[in-house]
Design a protein around this ligand. Sequence first.
Ligand code: SIN
Ligand code: FE2
Length: 216
Amino acid sequence: METLELFEAPAQDPCQRLGPSALVLRGFALPYVPELMPAIEIVEAASPFRHMVTPGGFTMSVALTNCGALGWTSDRRGYRYASIDPDTGRPWPVMPEAFSRLASQAAKAAGFEHFEPDACLVNRYTPGTRLSLHQDKNERDYDAPIVSVSLGMSATFLFGGQARTDSTVKVPLRHGDVAVWGGVDRLRYHGVMPLKDEPHALLGRQRINFTFRKAG
Ligand code: SIN
Ligand code: FE2
């Protein structure tokens, strides 16, 4: 079966730098996947995925839920963190231990020691969905990094500058990749291009993204 080698993906650099304090750790989350999958189901059972409305009145194409002490929410009144899920009236589900362990280990590998997230936004993308350019700036302080884990279908991440109009680089994010940005890169604009319909072996026609923050 030697010919198969011709079709294998080229060996990837384990770490792709996007800025002085921003990088992608290729495949970093892969060893955690067996623990993450059942944990997502537990979170989703308590606080189902839903499509939130932006302050501008648009319904987001990406569905989301949260776990941890604080959850990111959006409605006509704005973006904010809240301890109660507005759909269930109950606190967001507890952050699974495997989630917080992955987040702090990835942060450490990227040079951010002692990252203890209190919020995990879980985004679910299906083919054609996208996330427009934005900054993560609803958190109380910007000392802690953002840790973003990709599972399932591949996406093209757009990583820009400090202003919305700055040019962006296109970064492929695949199953198991973890992007981390903090420090001088903490407020850089970022987004996700419309997802191509290329089903993933384990997750099918979806991409799950966890975005860990220290929000409160
Ligand atoms: C986000 O910025 O909230 C999500 C980024 C991603 O899905 O990779
Ligand atoms: Fe973001």
